[in-house]
Design a protein around this ligand. Structure first.
Ligand code: SF4
Length: 393
Protein backbone atom coordinates (compact mmCIF):
# COMPACT_ATOMS: atom_id res chain seq x y z
CA UNK A 1 0.00 0.00 0.00
CA UNK A 2 1.35 3.39 -0.85
CA UNK A 3 -0.75 6.39 0.06
CA UNK A 4 1.52 8.67 -1.95
CA UNK A 5 0.03 7.04 -5.00
CA UNK A 6 -3.49 7.67 -3.80
CA UNK A 7 -3.90 10.91 -5.64
CA UNK A 8 -6.33 11.76 -8.38
CA UNK A 9 -5.00 12.80 -11.74
CA UNK A 10 -6.66 14.15 -14.81
CA UNK A 11 -6.93 11.53 -17.54
CA UNK A 12 -7.53 12.06 -21.20
CA UNK A 13 -10.48 10.34 -22.80
CA UNK A 14 -10.85 10.80 -26.53
CA UNK A 15 -8.52 13.73 -26.26
CA UNK A 16 -10.64 15.48 -23.63
CA UNK A 17 -9.20 15.76 -20.14
CA UNK A 18 -12.03 15.11 -17.70
CA UNK A 19 -12.54 12.34 -15.12
CA UNK A 20 -10.13 12.82 -12.21
CA UNK A 21 -8.69 9.31 -12.05
CA UNK A 22 -6.85 7.83 -9.14
CA UNK A 23 -3.28 7.01 -9.89
CA UNK A 24 -3.00 3.29 -10.47
CA UNK A 25 -0.16 1.27 -11.90
CA UNK A 26 -0.07 0.16 -15.52
CA UNK A 27 -1.15 -3.31 -16.53
CA UNK A 28 -0.25 -4.24 -20.08
CA UNK A 29 -2.69 -6.17 -22.23
CA UNK A 30 -0.58 -6.36 -25.39
CA UNK A 31 -0.64 -2.72 -26.58
CA UNK A 32 -3.36 -1.56 -24.20
CA UNK A 33 -2.61 -0.08 -20.80
CA UNK A 34 -5.13 -0.69 -18.02
CA UNK A 35 -4.45 1.84 -15.29
CA UNK A 36 -4.42 5.59 -14.93
CA UNK A 37 -1.78 5.98 -17.65
CA UNK A 38 -4.29 4.58 -20.17
CA UNK A 39 -7.88 5.34 -21.11
CA UNK A 40 -10.79 3.66 -19.30
CA UNK A 41 -11.11 0.57 -21.44
CA UNK A 42 -14.32 -1.26 -22.24
CA UNK A 43 -14.73 -5.02 -22.21
CA UNK A 44 -17.45 -7.42 -23.25
CA UNK A 45 -17.91 -11.17 -23.46
CA UNK A 46 -19.03 -13.59 -26.13
CA UNK A 47 -22.34 -15.21 -25.28
CA UNK A 48 -22.05 -17.74 -28.09
CA UNK A 49 -20.86 -21.33 -27.65
CA UNK A 50 -17.08 -21.11 -27.95
CA UNK A 51 -17.02 -24.18 -30.18
CA UNK A 52 -19.49 -22.62 -32.59
CA UNK A 53 -16.70 -20.95 -34.54
CA UNK A 54 -18.87 -19.10 -36.99
CA UNK A 55 -21.11 -17.59 -34.33
CA UNK A 56 -18.21 -16.76 -32.01
CA UNK A 57 -16.16 -15.12 -34.75
CA UNK A 58 -19.22 -13.09 -35.73
CA UNK A 59 -19.76 -12.06 -32.13
CA UNK A 60 -16.12 -10.99 -31.69
CA UNK A 61 -16.36 -8.93 -34.86
CA UNK A 62 -19.59 -7.29 -33.70
CA UNK A 63 -18.10 -6.39 -30.32
CA UNK A 64 -14.87 -5.16 -31.87
CA UNK A 65 -16.67 -3.04 -34.45
CA UNK A 66 -18.54 -1.30 -31.65
CA UNK A 67 -15.35 -0.51 -29.80
CA UNK A 68 -14.71 -3.34 -27.30
CA UNK A 69 -11.09 -3.05 -26.22
CA UNK A 70 -10.93 -6.55 -24.77
CA UNK A 71 -13.21 -9.50 -25.50
CA UNK A 72 -13.72 -12.36 -23.10
CA UNK A 73 -14.35 -15.95 -24.02
CA UNK A 74 -15.32 -18.78 -21.68
CA UNK A 75 -13.10 -21.85 -21.79
CA UNK A 76 -14.05 -25.00 -19.92
CA UNK A 77 -12.55 -27.89 -21.88
CA UNK A 78 -9.81 -29.00 -24.25
CA UNK A 79 -12.30 -28.73 -27.08
CA UNK A 80 -12.91 -25.10 -26.18
CA UNK A 81 -9.13 -24.58 -26.34
CA UNK A 82 -9.03 -26.12 -29.83
CA UNK A 83 -11.83 -23.77 -30.85
CA UNK A 84 -9.92 -20.85 -29.35
CA UNK A 85 -6.87 -21.71 -31.44
CA UNK A 86 -9.05 -21.46 -34.56
CA UNK A 87 -10.70 -18.24 -33.39
CA UNK A 88 -7.27 -16.71 -32.83
CA UNK A 89 -6.48 -17.22 -36.51
CA UNK A 90 -9.51 -15.14 -37.48
CA UNK A 91 -9.11 -12.11 -35.23
CA UNK A 92 -6.58 -9.63 -33.92
CA UNK A 93 -8.84 -8.70 -30.99
CA UNK A 94 -7.33 -8.65 -27.52
CA UNK A 95 -8.76 -11.80 -26.00
CA UNK A 96 -9.16 -12.74 -22.38
CA UNK A 97 -10.27 -16.15 -21.25
CA UNK A 98 -12.44 -16.82 -18.30
CA UNK A 99 -11.11 -19.85 -16.45
CA UNK A 100 -13.46 -21.40 -13.98
CA UNK A 101 -12.58 -24.67 -12.32
CA UNK A 102 -9.94 -25.98 -14.72
CA UNK A 103 -7.02 -23.76 -13.75
CA UNK A 104 -4.57 -25.97 -15.65
CA UNK A 105 -6.15 -24.88 -18.92
CA UNK A 106 -4.26 -21.62 -18.38
CA UNK A 107 -1.22 -23.08 -20.06
CA UNK A 108 -3.17 -24.46 -22.99
CA UNK A 109 -4.92 -21.14 -23.72
CA UNK A 110 -1.91 -18.90 -23.09
CA UNK A 111 -0.55 -18.84 -26.67
CA UNK A 112 -3.87 -17.50 -27.97
CA UNK A 113 -4.81 -14.76 -25.50
CA UNK A 114 -3.53 -11.58 -23.88
CA UNK A 115 -5.14 -11.97 -20.49
CA UNK A 116 -6.53 -14.62 -18.16
CA UNK A 117 -9.22 -14.15 -15.56
CA UNK A 118 -9.43 -16.56 -12.65
CA UNK A 119 -11.99 -16.69 -9.89
CA UNK A 120 -10.56 -17.41 -6.41
CA UNK A 121 -13.86 -19.07 -5.51
CA UNK A 122 -13.41 -21.67 -8.22
CA UNK A 123 -9.90 -22.86 -7.43
CA UNK A 124 -11.19 -25.37 -4.88
CA UNK A 125 -13.09 -27.76 -7.07
CA UNK A 126 -10.24 -29.62 -8.76
CA UNK A 127 -7.19 -31.21 -7.11
CA UNK A 128 -8.44 -30.54 -3.61
CA UNK A 129 -5.10 -31.62 -2.10
CA UNK A 130 -3.09 -29.02 -4.03
CA UNK A 131 -2.80 -25.79 -2.03
CA UNK A 132 -4.46 -22.77 -3.67
CA UNK A 133 -1.15 -20.92 -3.50
CA UNK A 134 0.38 -23.53 -5.82
CA UNK A 135 -2.49 -23.28 -8.27
CA UNK A 136 -2.08 -19.51 -8.35
CA UNK A 137 1.65 -19.94 -8.90
CA UNK A 138 0.90 -22.15 -11.89
CA UNK A 139 -1.31 -19.43 -13.40
CA UNK A 140 1.25 -16.70 -12.63
CA UNK A 141 4.15 -18.73 -14.10
CA UNK A 142 2.08 -19.17 -17.25
CA UNK A 143 1.25 -15.46 -17.43
CA UNK A 144 4.94 -14.61 -17.06
CA UNK A 145 6.05 -17.04 -19.69
CA UNK A 146 3.54 -15.75 -22.25
CA UNK A 147 3.61 -12.10 -21.15
CA UNK A 148 -0.07 -12.05 -20.21
CA UNK A 149 -2.10 -9.92 -17.85
CA UNK A 150 -4.24 -11.52 -15.14
CA UNK A 151 -7.49 -10.58 -13.46
CA UNK A 152 -8.35 -11.77 -9.99
CA UNK A 153 -12.11 -11.90 -10.45
CA UNK A 154 -13.97 -12.12 -7.14
CA UNK A 155 -17.69 -12.69 -7.49
CA UNK A 156 -20.26 -12.54 -4.67
CA UNK A 157 -22.09 -15.55 -6.14
CA UNK A 158 -19.04 -17.79 -5.83
CA UNK A 159 -16.97 -16.55 -2.91
CA UNK A 160 -14.03 -18.69 -1.87
CA UNK A 161 -15.62 -21.12 0.64
CA UNK A 162 -12.68 -20.66 3.03
CA UNK A 163 -13.57 -16.96 3.36
CA UNK A 164 -17.33 -17.38 3.19
CA UNK A 165 -17.03 -19.89 6.04
CA UNK A 166 -15.33 -17.49 8.44
CA UNK A 167 -16.92 -14.18 7.43
CA UNK A 168 -20.63 -13.51 8.02
CA UNK A 169 -20.56 -10.46 5.83
CA UNK A 170 -20.26 -11.17 2.07
CA UNK A 171 -18.50 -7.83 1.50
CA UNK A 172 -15.92 -8.70 4.13
CA UNK A 173 -15.54 -12.23 2.72
CA UNK A 174 -15.05 -10.92 -0.83
CA UNK A 175 -12.52 -8.34 0.36
CA UNK A 176 -10.57 -10.95 2.32
CA UNK A 177 -10.54 -13.24 -0.70
CA UNK A 178 -9.24 -10.46 -2.95
CA UNK A 179 -6.66 -9.47 -0.38
CA UNK A 180 -5.44 -13.04 -0.05
CA UNK A 181 -4.93 -13.37 -3.80
CA UNK A 182 -3.32 -9.96 -4.12
CA UNK A 183 -0.91 -11.25 -1.48
CA UNK A 184 -0.16 -14.39 -3.51
CA UNK A 185 0.59 -12.39 -6.67
CA UNK A 186 2.65 -9.74 -4.90
CA UNK A 187 4.65 -12.43 -3.06
CA UNK A 188 5.42 -13.94 -6.45
CA UNK A 189 6.59 -10.52 -7.64
CA UNK A 190 3.87 -10.39 -10.31
CA UNK A 191 2.20 -7.01 -10.80
CA UNK A 192 0.65 -7.23 -14.27
CA UNK A 193 -2.85 -7.83 -12.89
CA UNK A 194 -6.15 -6.12 -12.16
CA UNK A 195 -8.81 -7.00 -9.61
CA UNK A 196 -12.58 -7.11 -9.94
CA UNK A 197 -15.12 -7.34 -7.13
CA UNK A 198 -18.55 -7.97 -8.58
CA UNK A 199 -22.03 -8.41 -7.15
CA UNK A 200 -25.50 -8.19 -8.61
CA UNK A 201 -26.26 -5.50 -6.00
CA UNK A 202 -24.90 -2.15 -7.21
CA UNK A 203 -24.66 -0.82 -3.64
CA UNK A 204 -22.34 -3.70 -2.77
CA UNK A 205 -20.26 -3.07 -5.91
CA UNK A 206 -19.94 0.55 -4.92
CA UNK A 207 -18.95 -0.17 -1.33
CA UNK A 208 -16.53 -2.99 -1.96
CA UNK A 209 -14.68 -1.25 -4.79
CA UNK A 210 -14.39 1.95 -2.76
CA UNK A 211 -13.00 -0.04 0.17
CA UNK A 212 -10.59 -1.99 -2.01
CA UNK A 213 -9.37 1.21 -3.70
CA UNK A 214 -8.75 2.72 -0.29
CA UNK A 215 -6.74 -0.31 0.84
CA UNK A 216 -4.88 -0.91 -2.44
CA UNK A 217 -4.83 2.42 -4.25
CA UNK A 218 -2.23 1.34 -6.78
CA UNK A 219 -4.03 -1.75 -8.12
CA UNK A 220 -6.18 -1.13 -11.22
CA UNK A 221 -9.83 -2.07 -10.84
CA UNK A 222 -12.12 -3.72 -13.36
CA UNK A 223 -15.70 -2.63 -12.57
CA UNK A 224 -18.80 -4.70 -13.13
CA UNK A 225 -22.31 -5.32 -11.79
CA UNK A 226 -23.00 -8.98 -12.45
CA UNK A 227 -26.40 -10.14 -13.64
CA UNK A 228 -27.59 -6.55 -14.00
CA UNK A 229 -30.21 -8.15 -16.23
CA UNK A 230 -32.35 -6.70 -18.96
CA UNK A 231 -32.81 -3.13 -20.06
CA UNK A 232 -33.89 -0.70 -18.78
CA UNK A 233 -33.26 -1.85 -15.17
CA UNK A 234 -29.86 -3.30 -16.12
CA UNK A 235 -28.71 0.17 -17.08
CA UNK A 236 -30.08 1.73 -13.91
CA UNK A 237 -28.22 -0.75 -11.67
CA UNK A 238 -25.00 -0.41 -13.65
CA UNK A 239 -25.10 3.38 -13.62
CA UNK A 240 -25.55 3.51 -9.83
CA UNK A 241 -22.27 1.66 -9.33
CA UNK A 242 -20.26 2.99 -12.28
CA UNK A 243 -21.23 6.65 -12.06
CA UNK A 244 -20.51 6.81 -8.34
CA UNK A 245 -17.19 5.00 -8.63
CA UNK A 246 -15.95 6.73 -11.78
CA UNK A 247 -16.82 10.11 -10.29
CA UNK A 248 -14.49 9.24 -7.39
CA UNK A 249 -11.79 8.33 -9.88
CA UNK A 250 -12.17 4.59 -9.23
CA UNK A 251 -12.24 2.18 -12.18
CA UNK A 252 -9.70 1.58 -14.94
CA UNK A 253 -11.60 -0.85 -17.14
CA UNK A 254 -15.22 -1.93 -17.09
CA UNK A 255 -17.82 -4.26 -18.42
CA UNK A 256 -21.57 -3.76 -18.55
CA UNK A 257 -23.36 -7.15 -18.19
CA UNK A 258 -26.77 -7.25 -19.83
CA UNK A 259 -29.09 -10.10 -20.76
CA UNK A 260 -29.38 -9.63 -24.52
CA UNK A 261 -29.84 -11.75 -27.63
CA UNK A 262 -26.50 -12.55 -29.35
CA UNK A 263 -27.20 -10.11 -32.15
CA UNK A 264 -27.61 -7.27 -29.63
CA UNK A 265 -24.58 -8.02 -27.47
CA UNK A 266 -22.78 -4.89 -28.64
CA UNK A 267 -25.28 -2.84 -26.58
CA UNK A 268 -23.06 -3.69 -23.61
CA UNK A 269 -20.14 -1.87 -25.25
CA UNK A 270 -22.20 1.12 -26.34
CA UNK A 271 -23.69 1.56 -22.89
CA UNK A 272 -20.30 1.27 -21.19
CA UNK A 273 -18.89 3.96 -23.47
CA UNK A 274 -21.93 6.16 -22.90
CA UNK A 275 -21.58 5.93 -19.13
CA UNK A 276 -17.89 6.89 -19.28
CA UNK A 277 -18.75 9.73 -21.63
CA UNK A 278 -21.58 10.96 -19.38
CA UNK A 279 -19.43 10.97 -16.26
CA UNK A 280 -16.68 12.63 -18.23
CA UNK A 281 -19.11 15.38 -19.21
CA UNK A 282 -20.52 15.70 -15.70
CA UNK A 283 -23.89 14.15 -16.63
CA UNK A 284 -25.22 11.83 -13.93
CA UNK A 285 -28.42 9.89 -14.37
CA UNK A 286 -28.35 7.71 -11.29
CA UNK A 287 -28.62 8.21 -7.55
CA UNK A 288 -26.02 7.64 -4.82
CA UNK A 289 -27.67 4.39 -3.72
CA UNK A 290 -29.89 1.86 -5.45
CA UNK A 291 -33.12 2.17 -3.43
CA UNK A 292 -35.63 0.06 -5.21
CA UNK A 293 -38.76 -0.96 -3.36
CA UNK A 294 -40.41 -2.97 -6.08
CA UNK A 295 -39.57 -6.12 -7.97
CA UNK A 296 -35.89 -6.77 -8.57
CA UNK A 297 -34.98 -9.13 -11.40
CA UNK A 298 -31.41 -10.37 -11.52
CA UNK A 299 -30.46 -12.15 -14.73
CA UNK A 300 -27.08 -13.20 -16.05
CA UNK A 301 -25.74 -11.82 -19.32
CA UNK A 302 -25.31 -15.40 -20.65
CA UNK A 303 -22.08 -16.72 -22.10
CA UNK A 304 -20.87 -19.84 -23.85
CA UNK A 305 -21.71 -21.83 -20.73
CA UNK A 306 -25.43 -21.21 -21.05
CA UNK A 307 -27.06 -24.63 -20.85
CA UNK A 308 -29.93 -23.99 -23.23
CA UNK A 309 -30.19 -21.32 -25.92
CA UNK A 310 -33.76 -20.70 -24.70
CA UNK A 311 -32.30 -18.82 -21.72
CA UNK A 312 -32.56 -15.25 -23.07
CA UNK A 313 -36.11 -15.91 -24.23
CA UNK A 314 -36.95 -17.32 -20.80
CA UNK A 315 -35.51 -14.23 -19.07
CA UNK A 316 -37.66 -12.00 -21.28
CA UNK A 317 -40.79 -14.08 -20.58
CA UNK A 318 -40.09 -13.83 -16.87
CA UNK A 319 -39.83 -10.06 -17.16
CA UNK A 320 -43.15 -9.87 -19.04
CA UNK A 321 -44.97 -12.21 -16.69
CA UNK A 322 -43.71 -10.43 -13.60
CA UNK A 323 -45.00 -7.02 -14.64
CA UNK A 324 -48.11 -7.59 -12.54
CA UNK A 325 -45.79 -7.90 -9.49
CA UNK A 326 -43.84 -4.74 -10.32
CA UNK A 327 -44.72 -3.03 -7.02
CA UNK A 328 -43.93 -6.08 -4.84
CA UNK A 329 -40.62 -6.17 -3.01
CA UNK A 330 -39.33 -9.49 -4.31
CA UNK A 331 -36.05 -10.56 -5.88
CA UNK A 332 -36.19 -13.05 -8.73
CA UNK A 333 -32.95 -14.47 -10.18
CA UNK A 334 -32.74 -16.03 -13.65
CA UNK A 335 -29.41 -17.68 -14.39
CA UNK A 336 -28.11 -19.44 -17.47
CA UNK A 337 -26.06 -22.33 -16.10
CA UNK A 338 -24.75 -24.39 -13.22
CA UNK A 339 -21.51 -22.40 -12.84
CA UNK A 340 -23.07 -19.39 -11.14
CA UNK A 341 -26.72 -20.44 -11.11
CA UNK A 342 -26.84 -22.36 -7.82
CA UNK A 343 -24.87 -19.72 -5.87
CA UNK A 344 -26.47 -16.60 -7.32
CA UNK A 345 -30.00 -17.88 -6.74
CA UNK A 346 -29.43 -18.62 -3.03
CA UNK A 347 -30.11 -15.05 -1.96
CA UNK A 348 -33.11 -14.46 -4.23
CA UNK A 349 -36.68 -14.97 -3.03
CA UNK A 350 -37.23 -17.21 -6.05
CA UNK A 351 -34.52 -18.31 -8.43
CA UNK A 352 -34.38 -20.13 -11.75
CA UNK A 353 -31.24 -21.69 -13.08
CA UNK A 354 -31.07 -23.45 -16.38
CA UNK A 355 -30.02 -27.01 -17.10
CA UNK A 356 -29.92 -28.46 -20.64
CA UNK A 357 -33.50 -29.73 -20.67
CA UNK A 358 -35.09 -28.36 -17.53
CA UNK A 359 -35.10 -25.32 -15.28
CA UNK A 360 -34.38 -25.59 -11.55
CA UNK A 361 -36.75 -23.54 -9.42
CA UNK A 362 -35.51 -22.46 -5.99
CA UNK A 363 -37.02 -20.61 -3.04
CA UNK A 364 -34.01 -19.11 -1.30
CA UNK A 365 -31.50 -21.94 -1.08
CA UNK A 366 -34.14 -24.71 -1.24
CA UNK A 367 -34.87 -26.49 -4.51
CA UNK A 368 -38.64 -26.49 -5.18
CA UNK A 369 -38.43 -28.65 -8.30
CA UNK A 370 -37.28 -29.07 -11.87
CA UNK A 371 -39.58 -28.04 -14.70
CA UNK A 372 -39.52 -27.92 -18.47
CA UNK A 373 -38.83 -24.65 -20.28
CA UNK A 374 -42.47 -24.58 -21.39
CA UNK A 375 -44.03 -25.02 -17.97
CA UNK A 376 -41.73 -22.96 -15.73
CA UNK A 377 -43.18 -19.46 -16.22
CA UNK A 378 -46.73 -20.18 -14.94
CA UNK A 379 -45.25 -22.19 -12.05
CA UNK A 380 -43.03 -19.27 -11.14
CA UNK A 381 -46.10 -17.02 -11.25
CA UNK A 382 -47.93 -19.31 -8.78
CA UNK A 383 -44.93 -19.27 -6.42
CA UNK A 384 -44.71 -15.48 -6.61
CA UNK A 385 -48.43 -15.16 -5.83
CA UNK A 386 -47.97 -17.48 -2.83
CA UNK A 387 -45.07 -15.39 -1.53
CA UNK A 388 -47.06 -12.18 -1.92
CA UNK A 389 -49.94 -13.72 0.05
CA UNK A 390 -47.64 -15.21 2.74
CA UNK A 391 -45.82 -11.94 3.30
CA UNK A 392 -48.85 -9.69 2.88
CA UNK A 393 -47.04 -7.67 0.21
S1 SF4 B 1 -24.53 -17.83 -15.08
FE1 SF4 B 1 -23.52 -19.22 -16.48
S2 SF4 B 1 -24.38 -18.69 -18.50
FE2 SF4 B 1 -24.78 -16.98 -17.15
S3 SF4 B 1 -23.04 -15.62 -17.50
FE3 SF4 B 1 -22.59 -16.84 -15.68
S4 SF4 B 1 -21.38 -18.53 -16.45
FE4 SF4 B 1 -22.42 -17.61 -18.24
Amino acid sequence: MNNDNNQALVATINGRPKIARRKTRSVRVRDLIIGSAGPISVQSMCATKTQDLEATNRQIQLLQEHGADIIRIAIDSRRDVEALAEIRKQTDARLVVDLQESYKLARAVAPYVQKIRYNPGHLFHHEKDTPVREKVKFIVDTAREYDLALRIGVNFGSIDPAQAGVQDDPIEAALMSAQEHVGYLEDLGFTNYVVSLKSSDPNDVLEINARFAEAFPEIPLHLGVTEAGMLPMGEVKTRVAFENLLARGIGDTLRVSLTLPHSEKHQEVLLAKKIVEDVNAGRFRSVPRFEHDGLNIISCPSCSRVENEAFVDLAQKVRQMTQEFAAKKLTIAVMGCRVNGPGETDDADLGLWCAPSHVNLKKGSALLGQFSYDEIVPILREEMAKLVAERGL
